[in-house]
Design a protein around this ligand. Structure first.
Ligand code: SAM
Length: 183
């Protein structure tokens, strides 16, 4: 499959990134987004070179395309996403359990903006999102929530993503590391 699958575009909007302490978590949000079938990450409010460089380096080595954008106004981005015909899925422990709603989300062909937070997420996002989705009602992590949601959305087909470019690929093996350099 191509990133975005049947929806054309699936982007992740990351709220609340704090450059002092979230570099690693936000980088992991980006890596999970890319590996599980999203087309890009939008980092709201700030730009963080270290996150941007890590994403760029992964795309260069392992392939893409994967869009990265930062410093945008989350509210404006979300509103323009919706007015362009896309829909918004906010991942939160307070939402409807993924199993009870993912069928409806998956059956709509609209591009999807998946919103994940850091600490407290403003009420605005709960109100403006088309779907508030929980991956269970226990607090855990935006990285885990995103991975489970994308897996359910794509029903596992992210496994067959065809990444373009990139220098490296892995050959599955029961033991050891088999990495191939692409010609
Ligand atoms: N109280 C927050 C909430 O609304 O889910 C938990 C904050 S958590 C540190 C940061 C982000 O992880 C949240 O904004 C949400 O996107 C995601 N998250 C954490 N637990 C989740 C869960 N059980 N279901 C869905 N998303 C979750």
């Amino acid at each position: 499959m191509k990133p975005g699958g049947p929806y054309g575009r699936v982007y992740v909007l990351r709220l609340g990134h704090r450059p002092g302490r979230d570099k690693r978590v936000t980088t992991h949000v980006a890596l999970v987004a890319r590996a599980f079938g999203a087309n890009g990450l939008v980092l709201a409010g700030v730009c963080d070179e270290s996150v941007q460089n890590s994403v760029r380096s992964v795309v260069e080595r392992w392939g893409g395309p994967f869009h990265f954008e930062c410093g945008v106004s989350a509210r404006r981005y979300l509103e323009s996403w919706r007015s362009a015909g896309g829909e918004v899925v906010h991942l939160t422990m307070y939402g409807i359990h993924v199993d009870d709603i993912v069928g409806i989300i998956a059956s709509s062909p609209k591009p999807k903006l998946v919103v994940v937070g850091a600490e407290k997420v403003d009420r605005f996002y709960f109100d403006v999102s088309d779907f508030n989705v929980s991956i269970g009602t226990q607090p855990h992590s935006e990285v885990a929530a995103l991975a489970v949601f994308l897996d359910r959305l794509f029903r596992g087909s992210w496994r067959r993503i065809d990444y373009e470019g990139g220098r490296l690929g892995i050959v599955e093996s029961p033991r050891g590391k088999r990495v191939e350099e692409k010609g």
